[in-house]
Design a binder for this molecule. Structure first.
Ligand code: BJW
Ligand code: ZN
Length: 232
């Protein structure tokens, strides 16, 4: 069976990673326009790095949860592709082999001048200085901010996986941010079954084949893709 898992911040919530929207969420303490836009980085790169370094520090202590592990476990029996909006890398740590990171990775630093990318698995350099590239440019977190284009190849690969899927799981996203939210719509428009796992309603809850109102770490280990046989 070809399964595509479309995941958002709720997938990692039970690992202790804050979501973006809702109580105690990231966008309550920080305005996205101050920390997650190219303009914010141009204005105050240190402030933006401080936000991402704090998140990196939190992530260094974090492990995949039962939801990530369930998804990785399905690979024994199924062809599983993950397309995630998350930048935390937890699907890969859990063992998922095909992961398309639609919004990039918090563990990548990219030069703002020449575009060189490097893996950067530290919370902060010793002196808290801005990281720089050998070319002299300032590096930025390798994530996709508001107003930026998503990596084209990654989006194309995710779309192709969705089109070919027998079953799509939509896990832990508010489905408010585009173009990532176009992926479940693509599945719905092709009449591919979509199972949503989210304790809350989203704009797509009324349009999916089944809405499991539960946390990812509870619902996914119980979910057996092979016994999916239509809405109930
Ligand atoms: C659980 C749970 C548990 C809790 N188990 N579930 C149309 C109108 C207006 C604006 C736009 C539009 N179309 C596009 C835009 C612009 C914008 C956008 O979409 N804005 C909307 C907010 C309106 N999009 C963009 O700017 C994108 N780029 C773009 O469109 O480029 C085109 C372009 C064209 C021409 C010129 C230039 C550009 C880029 C968007 C990038 C988003 N980036 C961020 C930050 C990434 C880096 C980082 O991590 O810091 O990505 S924003 C933030 O939101 C992050 C997330 O990936 C993303 C989505 O959030 P997600 O994952 O859905 O999390 P939450 O918190 O919203 O929801 C959590 C859910 O989990 C909830 O439903 C809970 O109930 C649930 N949950 N616990 C299961 N245990
Ligand atoms: Zn450079």
């Amino acid at each position: 069976m070809k399964i595509v898992v479309l995941s958002g911040a709720g997938m990692s919530a039970e690992s202790g990673v804050p979501t973006f929207r809702g109580t105690d969420a990231l966008w309550n303490g920080h305005r996205p326009e101050d920390v997650a836009t190219p303009e914010a980085f141009r204005r105050d790169p240190s402030n933006v790095w401080e936000f991402y370094r704090a998140r990196r520090r939190n992530l260094l202590d974090v492990r995949p949860n039962a939801g990530h592990l369930a998804v990785a476990g399905w690979q024994d029996r199924h062809d599983v592709v993950v397309a995630t909006q998350n930048v935390d890398g937890l699907h890969q740590v859990a063992g998922s082999r095909t992961v398309h990171e639609l919004h990039g990775s918090i563990w990548i630093a990219r030069c703002n001048r020449c575009g060189r990318e490097r893996e950067d698995r530290v919370a902060a350099p010793a002196d808290d200085a801005l990281p720089t590239c050998p070319c002299g440019g300032v590096e930025r977190p390798g994530v996709v901010w508001f107003g930026e284009v998503l990596p084209e190849e990654t989006v194309r690969a995710a779309e192709q996986a969705v089109i070919a899927a027998d079953l799509v799981l939509l896990v832990g996203s508010s489905n408010l941010v585009y173009p990532a939210a176009s992926l479940p719509l693509l599945a719905i428009s092709r009449r591919i079954p979509v199972v949503e796992v989210n304790p809350e309603e989203t704009p797509f809850s009324g349009r999916v084949s089944r809405h499991m109102r539960a946390a990812a770490g509870e619902a996914l280990p119980r979910f057996e893709p092979e016994s999916w046989n239509g809405p109930n």
